[in-house]
Design a protein around this ligand. Structure first.
Ligand SMILES: Nc1ncnc2c1ncn2[C@@H]1O[C@H](COP(=O)(O)OP(=O)(O)OP(=O)(O)O)[C@@H](O)[C@H]1O
Ligand SMILES: [Mg+2]
Length: 190
């Protein structure tokens, strides 16, 4: 498996939630146990289809990327579920970064409420970000803030940010960010 921040041990979290029912947690566990088998030869669409058949959630799917599918919990929070091993690591990494970063920089990260193996619950934010010069300027300022406080924002782009309730730009996808200069992700990129 591919570790970030020496974090493979962090992937295995206790599956307790105040927002998800036991049945929903069991469904997530069942899907997560299938990831290894399906990851390599299925397309994202096929993985989403198998995941949703296993999960049988009542929630609306509000988005997905290459590695995670995202559901709206209808209470101001969203649930991200891994579709791949990178998704598993991304969820664990976001929880780790949010809970261990410098307090000064926390306000730029979409808040994490709860997480377990393969899933994470975050605040729902407005993701309608226009592709405009003004927003790119904000993105660069955000990137510098993160770097200043020891976070290397790998894969930071307009697709991966949103606006919080104060209309400030926050990162919604920081699964590949690292606080570790020895991260293997950096070895690939540089
Ligand atoms: N906090 C949030 N609030 C509202 N919508 C969100 C939030 N987080 C994610 N989403 C929606 O879900 C989509 C996928 O989420 P995310 O980018 O975290 O997945 P990913 O699989 O890690 O993406 P990538 O392909 O970049 O690796 C986002 O583009 C966005 O539309
Ligand atoms: Mg993304």
């Amino acid at each position: 498996m591919w570790p970030i921040n020496n974090g493979t041990e962090r992937i295995h979290q206790q599956n307790k939630s105040t927002m998800l029912s036991m049945q929903e947690i069991r469904a997530i566990e069942s899907w997560i146990s299938q990831i290894g088998i399906s990851s390599f030869y299925k397309t994202v669409g096929q993985k989403i289809s198998t995941a949703s058949k296993t999960l049988k959630f009542k929630y609306k799917m509000i988005g997905h990327g290459l590695n995670r599918v995202v559901y709206d919990l209808n209470n101001g929070y969203i649930l991200k579920i891994a579709l791949s091993e990178v998704g598993l690591i991304s969820n664990a990494n976001e929880a780790y970064i949010y809970n261990n970063c410098n307090e000064e920089v926390k306000k730029y990260l979409c808040p994490v409420k709860e997480h377990g193996t393969g899933w994470i619950i975050m605040k729902k934010v407005d993701t309608k970000v226009p592709f405009a010069i003004k927003e790119y300027t904000k993105l660069i300022k955000l990137e510098l803030k993160l770097l200043r406080y020891g976070i290397i924002p790998i894969d930071l782009r307009l697709d991966n940010v949103g606006y919080n309730e104060n209309d400030e730009m926050v990162v919604i996808d920081y699964g590949l960010f690292t606080m570790d200069l020895k991260s293997p992700v950096l070895r690939w990129l540089v």
